[in-house]
Structures are given as structure tokens and as C-alpha cells.
Design a protein around this ligand. Structure first.
Ligand SMILES: Cc1cc2nc3c(=O)[nH]c(=O)nc-3n(C[C@H](O)[C@H](O)[C@H](O)COP(=O)(O)OP(=O)(O)OC[C@H]3O[C@@H](n4cnc5c(N)ncnc54)[C@H](O)[C@@H]3O)c2cc1C
Length: 330
């Protein structure tokens, strides 16, 4: 009997297997497809990392995660964070992350649209404010995912790909971690999560990488549109929480109406990018009602559902927390 089976080798399962293996646990990471597949939530070349959040707890979790990414970079010998900052575009500065950043002692600048334009080729809507926060940018998602898996294996973890776990009862392990992403509700239908198929589009843009952008919806205060550097095409952009609800095994690709909406926003926002998309892809969000994460223990099982469309940046910290919860079972 192994100590721990981790079900699901997306970024959360991989980070958890790494943290467990570093602690000397005997761990097997099981994945129904192959690491890096494009049916879940973790594929792609980049994700936004940022300290800027309206909730202090997320600012602190992001700080801890930055340190975790740096450790992984050192251990794997690969650059993962590219920090070009973040522009949070808001109709009203009161909606920005400034209060939480103040509480966390993190620096930022508030810029009027014209002042932002003087620094970057980014068009901020008239009358809006751009909060610039330097500790942000992108994490090289595919490299980070690979690094967690490789380093977990280097510390003794086993990886079993092309293996679907049908029942947790069948697993001969002292503890089980379920990091099944959109499939978590197959195992736990009572969890308050729903799954959507989201669309991202890629645009050709040359020149130095710009800060990542999140544009807030003035009514909900949630993110509406976002963009970030893509190492191949130059720019990746999407509409947040805009996709249709689906089941995790439903086949389907990017939504052309959303690609069009994103392209219109890119045309308005980036005068130096080609507004014709060069590629688009789909990716799943697994979302809780308050967009926080589920880290929960049920007997010998630990559940890690950390998405709601913003989980990737926190993977080092989430992996450690899930590993700690698992260690308490052993
Ligand atoms: C379009 C998009 C943009 C995003 N942008 C950002 C961003 O900019 N910044 C950010 O921080 N976050 C972002 N996120 C969120 C982030 O990517 C997710 O929070 C994260 O990838 C979730 O990882 P996961 O490991 O929980 O899920 P997944 O990556 O889906 O991994 C779950 C894995 O479990 C496997 N699995 C499921 N069931 C079984 C089974 N029965 N047996 C074996 N294996 C199984 C699946 O095949 C899958 O590989 C974005 C997400 C999307 C979709």
C-alpha cells in the first residue's frame, strides 16, 4: 500500500505530489490523460500572476506563492516568472485592489488613462483609472507544470498517465488527494461547483512584453476582460467567466462569438497588436459561488478544487496546504 495517491495531474495535483514527495512521502500521481493535455484547466503557455486582489488573504497567498515559484525555478533550473507588472483597469478607484495592497504593504500606482498611455501602448477607457502593481506578470504555465511533475518524480513520486480512477475505494493508499479539476464533482456531486468552457484567443504583437491587464466590470467588480503576454504570438486575451456551463466530458472548442468579443476589446486596448486572432482555444473553469477554493478533508480523502478561473498562480501554496492536510492523515 502506498502512502498517498493523488488523482489528477493538472497543476494542483502536480504541485501537491511535488510537496508530498519533498516531504519524503511515497506518492503516486494518477492522470486519466497525459500531462499537458488540453481537456482540463491547466494547459497553455502562460497564466497571469499578480499580488493585486481586493481581498488581503489572496494578496498574502499570492506572496507565499511567488516564493514557491522562485523555489521551483531554483530547483528545476528554469525561469518560470516573467514579471512585467499588472494594470488593473477600473471605472472607480474604490473598486481597485488598492486597500488590500495598502494593508499588505505592497506598492502600487494609480494612473489616469492619459498617464498610463504615456508609459505603455495601452488604451485605458476615458475617465477610468489604471492601478499599476509591479509584482505581477506571467508564469510560464507549461514549463511550471512540467517542472512540478519532473521534480516530484526526482524526489521519488511515481506518475501513472492514461489511467482513469473510477472509484476512490479501489485505491490501495493510506490517503487520497483528489485534484480532479472539472471532474471533481464526479467523485463529490455535493460540492458547490459548476464547470464552464471558457475561450481564450491569441494575437500577434511584437515588441517588449507589456503588463498583464485585468479590466473590472463596474457593476460586479469582478474581472470582465483580461490579457497577458504569450511567449509565441505576443498576446493572449479572454473574457472572464463568459463561457457556457458544460459537463467535464463534453467535447467542444472555442466559442466564436467570444473570440469576436475579445478581438474587439483587443482592437480598442492595444493599438500595436494585430486585432485578427491567430489562434483560439478552450479551457475549463470549475467555479465556487464565492470564487474561493475548496480545500477539504473527508476521512482519508483530501479534496483540492482551486480554480474559479484564477487558481494557477497559487499552485505552490495550494500544493503545500494539500500536502500538509494529507500528512495529518498518515
Ligand atoms: C482560460 C483560462 C484562463 C485562466 N487564467 C488564469 C490566470 O491567468 N491566472 C491564474 O492564476 N489562473 C488562471 N486560470 C485558472 C487555472 O488555470 C486553474 O485554476 C488551474 O489550472 C486548475 O488546475 P487543476 O489542477 O485544479 O485542474 P485541471 O488542470 O483540470 O487538472 C485536473 C486533472 O485531473 C485529471 N482527472 C480528472 N478526473 C480523473 C480521474 N478520474 N482519474 C485520473 N485523472 C483524472 C484531469 O484529466 C486533469 O488533468 C485560468 C483557467 C482557464 C481555463
Amino acid at each position: 500500500m502506498v502512502d498517498v495517491v493523488v488523482v489528477g495531474a493538472g497543476i494542483m495535483g502536480s504541485a501537491t505530489a511535488y510537496a508530498l514527495a519533498c516531504e519524503g512521502c511515497d506518492v503516486t500521481l494518477v492522470e486519466q490523460f497525459r500531462v499537458g493535455h488540453c481537456h482540463g484547466s491547466s494547459h497553455g503557455r502562460s497564466r497571469i500572476v499578480r499580488l493585486a486582489y481586493p481581498e488581503v488573504e489572496f494578496v498574502e497567498l499570492a506572496k507565499e506563492s511567488f516564493a514557491g515559484w522562485r523555489e521551483l525555478e531554483r530547483e528545476a533550473g528554469v525561469g518560470l516568472l516573467e514579471l512585467n507588472g499588472l494594470l488593473e483597469l477600473v471605472d472607480d478607484p474604490a473598486q481597485s485592489s488598492r486597500d488590500a495592497l495598502d494593508s499588505a504593504g505592497a506598492e502600487y500606482e494609480l494612473l489616469a488613462a492619459e498617464a498610463a498611455w504615456q508609459r505603455w501602448p495601452v488604451s485605458v477607457p476615458d475617465g477610468w483609472t489604471a492601478l499599476f502593481q509591479p509584482e505581477a506578470g506571467i508564469v510560464r504555465a507549461d514549463l511550471a507544470h512540467r517542472a512540478f511533475v519532473d521534480r516530484a518524480q526526482a524526489h521519488g513520486a511515481r506518475l501513472q498517465e492514461d489511467t482513469r480512477v473510477d472509484s476512490l475505494d479501489e485505491l490501495a493508499a493510506k490517503a487520497v488527494v483528489v485534484t480532479a479539476g472539472p471532474w471533481v464533482s464526479v467523485f463529490f456531486p455535493d460540492l458547490p461547483v459548476h464547470t464552464t468552457r471558457e475561450t481564450v484567443a491569441y494575437f500577434k504583437r511584437d515588441g517588449d512584453p507589456l503588463p498583464s491587464i485585468v479590466q473590472l466590470d463596474p457593476v460586479t467588480r469582478g474581472h470582465a476582460m483580461y490579457s497577458l503576454h504569450d511567449p509565441v504570438h505576443g498576446l493572449k486575451a479572454g473574457a472572464h467567466h463568459a463561457g457556457a456551463r458544460i459537463g467535464p466530458d463534453e467535447e467542444g472548442g472555442p466559442d466564436s462569438a467570444l473570440v469576436e468579443r475579445v478581438a474587439e476589446w483587443v482592437a480598442r486596448t492595444y493599438p500595436d497588436a494585430d486585432p485578427d486572432p491567430v489562434a483560439a482555444e478552450a479551457c475549463m473553469y470549475t467555479t465556487t459561488p464565492d470564487e474561493h477554493f475548496i480545500l477539504e478533508r473527508r476521512g482519508r480523502v483530501v479534496i483540492g478544487s482551486a480554480c474559479s478561473g484564477h487558481g494557477f498562480k497559487f499552485a505552490p501554496a495550494i500544493g503545500r496546504r494539500l500536502a500538509q492536510m494529507t500528512a495529518d492523515i498518515l
